[in-house]
Design a protein around this ligand. Structure first.
Ligand code: PRP
Ligand code: URA
Ligand code: MG
Length: 209
């Protein structure tokens, strides 16, 4: 699928293995999710436009490149997306952060919305929606539709682990959205958990199970 980018950098794959392991506790899980978000953010921001400015080094005047004033926004899907915010912010500290609260109803698997606070100028920003897990795609699709309904024009999705079903669902619903993942796993199980996956990302981040 042309809009899907799987980041197979060795550091990313190594860290992904650490968080897949069920013996990794919350403290290490949180640290590694943050590191993964930072490493993946490096690729997600690869196409940011540059402009030249004039500066003076200790040796001479020169023209040098800086990022061309693009307005960026990071939109974590609560709760689990919160674990990826700081990693991205360490790369792009000027980005604004919007929050979308969604949880997946365990019976219907439909996303249920409980919070939304976005930057007022969301329509002018390049937005990166973040969530560690893309399972059925229901939550990501709802979040993307939500910000598009508020005027967003430029949206990327960044997840750690996706299922083939989730990738397909987002590609079909939002063909304009590029999807960045560290892995596309084998399948969903009967409870719509990703196999092999890493379990429930929110619970593992926040120690709630
Ligand atoms: O693709 P989907 O089938 O919609 O599933 C993925 C969603 O499920 C998880 O959140 P969860 O509902 O567990 O909420 P939490 O982050 O509060 O734990 C995950 O962080 C995604 O948001
Ligand atoms: O595997 C999955 C599926 C949905 N949400 C998770 O946290 N993990
Ligand atoms: Mg959860």
């Amino acid at each position: 699928m042309k809009n899907v980018f799987v980041m197979d950098h060795p550091l990313i794959q190594h860290k992904l293995t650490l968080i897949r392991d069920k013996n990794t506790g919350s403290k290490e899980f949180r640290e590694v999710v943050k590191e993964l978000a930072m490493l993946m953010g490096y690729e997600v921001t690869r196409n940011l436009p540059l402009q030249e400015i004039e500066i003076e080094t200790p040796v001479s005047k020169t023209k040098a490149k800086v990022i061309a004033g693009r307005k960026l926004g990071i939109v974590p899907i609560l709760r689990a997306g919160l674990g990826m915010v700081d990693g991205l912010l360490s790369l792009i500290p000027a980005a604004k952060v919007g929050h979308i609260g969604l949880y997946r109803d365990p019976e219907t698997l439909e996303p249920v919305e409980y919070y939304c606070k976005l930057p007022v100028d969301v329509h002018e920003r390049d937005l990166i929606v973040i969530d560690p897990m893309l399972a059925t795609g229901g939550s990501a699709n709802a979040a993307i539709q939500f910000i598009k309904d508020r005027g967003a024009q430029s949206v990327k999705l960044m997840c750690l682990i996706a299922s083939p079903e989730g990738v397909k669902a987002v590609c079909e619903a939002h063909p304009d959205v590029e999807i960045y993942v560290a892995a596309v796993d084998e399948k969903l199980n009967e409870h719509a958990y990703i196999v092999p996956g890493l379990g429930d990302a929110g619970d593992r981040l926040f120690g709630t199970k």
